[in-house]
Every structure is written in structure tokens, then in C-alpha cells.
Design a protein around this ligand. Sequence first.
Ligand code: SF4
Length: 229
Amino acid sequence: MDKKTAGEVFKVLEAQYGGIGTALNYETPFQLLIATMLSAQTTDVQVNRMTPKLFADYPDARSMEKLTAEELSEYIKGCGLYRGKAKHILAAVSILTAKYQGQVPESLEELTALPGVGRKTANVVLSNAFGQPALAVDTHVLRVSNRLGLARGKDPLKVEEQLCGRLPREVWGQAHHWLIWHGRRICKAQKPLCGECALRELCPERNSNPESGKAPGEGGAGALTDSAF
Ligand code: SF4
């Protein structure tokens, strides 16, 4: 996809989803880290059902450190792979208290050194909790960016590099949310709703789901001209 078209795509995405952040509920960087760790193989809705009680009882690293894996599992057993997640979380919490005075470190290297914390989780924390330029690539971002031609390939790191190369640093974190929400609401994995998609005029795969119907109304992406990207 050429630079001009990519700019138009991002402008439409911003118009559609600008201002919408993560669906995960949290109050502190620590709580976002834990919620994001829980969200692997689990929907944000499911995570949000479990975290209110967990964070009310154990709001920070120093209090959560007192839990055993079995006790933590009771709080999070509504999410997939919860036994493994409980072990990873407690191992990470132990490092946070021992090495960082219970705080969450603010660098990619330090975050990804924590048990159970991969690059995607680290980037989510860096951008959402600390306002750093970071673009987390999850399954939605990977799928939507490939369908739109914004990036190519299945390697999240390479897709992240391609997307970041197309965008100013100050919108990396927002672009993550735009692509996620577009993937959840419209460009769904099995049956993308191409007929309802504001990007259909710009998308090379707009006919990938002929069952999704005709485009409703006017106002497609082609009308937008003064792209900031
Ligand atoms: S036109 Fe279809 S494939 Fe393309 S972004 Fe929209 S929903 Fe996804």
C-alpha cells in the first residue's frame, strides 16, 4: 500500500475509533500489567469480570505477593490457562517487589524480563500506563493490518516495525487501539463485515466476505483528503 493510501486509511481509523482506549479496567500500571497478562487467550470482557475482586483484595504488588498460586487461581479461574498465569504473575510480582520496590518498570527490556511478559504485553503497558510511544501487535492488529495492506507477514515484530514506520511516534499507541477496535467490531476474524466497513474503498480485501451485504449509506474513506499521516 502506498504512503498516501495508508495515510487515508489511518485517518479513517482515527475518525472511527479516536479516543477509544483499552477495554481492560485498571487504576494503576501494576493493575494494567496484571490485567494484560490475564488477557492472553481470554477476552477483555472475561478479564474485567475477574479483576474487580482481585484488585479490591490485592491492589498492588506488595499485597499480591502474599498469595499462593492456588489462592490466586481461585480469583482468575474464569480465564484460560489460569494455572500457568497464576505462576507467572506471582513470579513477576516477586521480582517487582524485590527489584523495583513494588513498582512497574518503564522500559521494554525490564518488562520483557518479567516472567510471562512478552513484547505485546510490555508495549500495552508502556503506551497505556506510561504514555510511551509503543505499538502492541495482537491478533486483531496482525489480521487487520495485513488485510488492509498496511503490513505484510505473520511475525508480530515485523508487523510492528512496518506499522511504526508508517506512523508518527506520537500516534503509535493510539493506532494500536484503532486497529484492535476495527478488528473487534468490523474486520472480524471469520466474517469481516466488509459491507459496513468505512475502509472498504481503500481495502484490497473488501470482497473477502460477500455475505456481509452492501455498503450502508455514503461517507466512505475516499471523501477524506487532509490526512495528517
Ligand atoms: S473492507 Fe473488509 S477486509 Fe477490508 S478492512 Fe474492512 S472489513 Fe476488513
